[in-house]
Design a protein around this ligand. Structure first.
Ligand code: CDP
Ligand code: CDP
Length: 215
């Protein structure tokens, strides 16, 4: 069973996806980390983020085992990731790895921007998780503050607007809700409520098939 979760920055898609995966006993891939890791490798080598050939090389040599680097969560990595992610060639270079992960026996949960539209258009369940930009900026501000990165909340809000715009307006796999995705607005939900709402949508989406296919 493949569960595709998409949505903008700090909508809560990672928190929800991790819990859903644990609840259903499925492996989970945060695909944003792949783009963050490409950006990190470029920055570490002092390469400009618009050097597409170098970004493709970094994407092709990515190792899933290296995604637990705490630096990937830094604010500047999110910004840099959205710049390398605008390249169709970089996206193409990361596609197979994501699809291989999704098609493991038993299934998987993946979250990102284009999972339901490009990576796994045939996913069994698709969720599009969102929240107001103000609420997302507040969440990200608290998260970075707790991690010791002190930044002005309004700067984070501006980051979020800029990133939403870049992710939605790019020509390659822009962020958008797949037509068959279930919309979940978490503006007024805490993580537990968002998780329960997501689980409810997943169970409801699976129920007709379960009774229809006799399994
Ligand atoms: O993966 P994504 O960037 O969409 O968001 P996340 O990493 O799941 O959540 C961003 C921050 O918001 C984390 O610190 C979560 O704990 C927090 N959060 C929240 O306060 N309420 C929610 N309903 C969802 C997430
Ligand atoms: O945690 P947050 O939602 O802020 O960002 P992320 O999910 O780690 O993604 C960082 C950036 O990578 C996004 O702004 C997107 O530009 C890009 N990304 C993408 O293009 N496609 C994906 N499937 C996942 C991330």
């Amino acid at each position: 069973m493949i569960i595709a979760v998409d949505g903008p920055s700090a909508s809560g898609k990672g928190s929800v996806s991790r819990r859903i995966a644990a609840q259903l006993g499925l492996p989970y891939l945060d695909t944003g980390l792949l783009y963050r890791a490409v950006a990190r490798d470029m920055l570490d080598q002092g390469l400009p983020l618009d050097d597409e050939d170098a970004a493709v090389r970094a994407a092709k040599s990515l190792d899933l085992d290296g995604l637990d680097d705490p630096r990937l969560r830094e604010r500047r990595m999110g910004e840099a990731a959205s710049r390398v992610a605008a390249s169709p060639a970089v996206r193409e270079a990361l596609l197979e790895l994501q699809r291989d992960f999704a098609h493991r026996p038993g299934g998987a949960v993946l979250d990102g921007r284009d999972i339901g539209t490009v990576v796994c258009p045939g996913a069994d369940v698709k969720l599009y998780i969102t929240a107001s930009a103000e609420e997302r900026a507040h969440r990200r501000y608290l998260e970075l503050r707790d991690r010791g990165e002190h930044v002005d909340e309004d700067e984070i809000y501006q980051d979020i607007l800029k990133r939403d715009h870049r992710d939605q307006e790019r020509s390659a796999a822009p962020l958008r809700k797949a037509d068959d995705a279930h919309l979940l607005d978490t503006t007024n939900l805490d993580i537990e409520q968002a998780f329960k709402a997501a689980l409810g949508l997943i169970n409801a989406a699976r129920a007709p098939r379960r009774s229809g296919d006799g399994s």
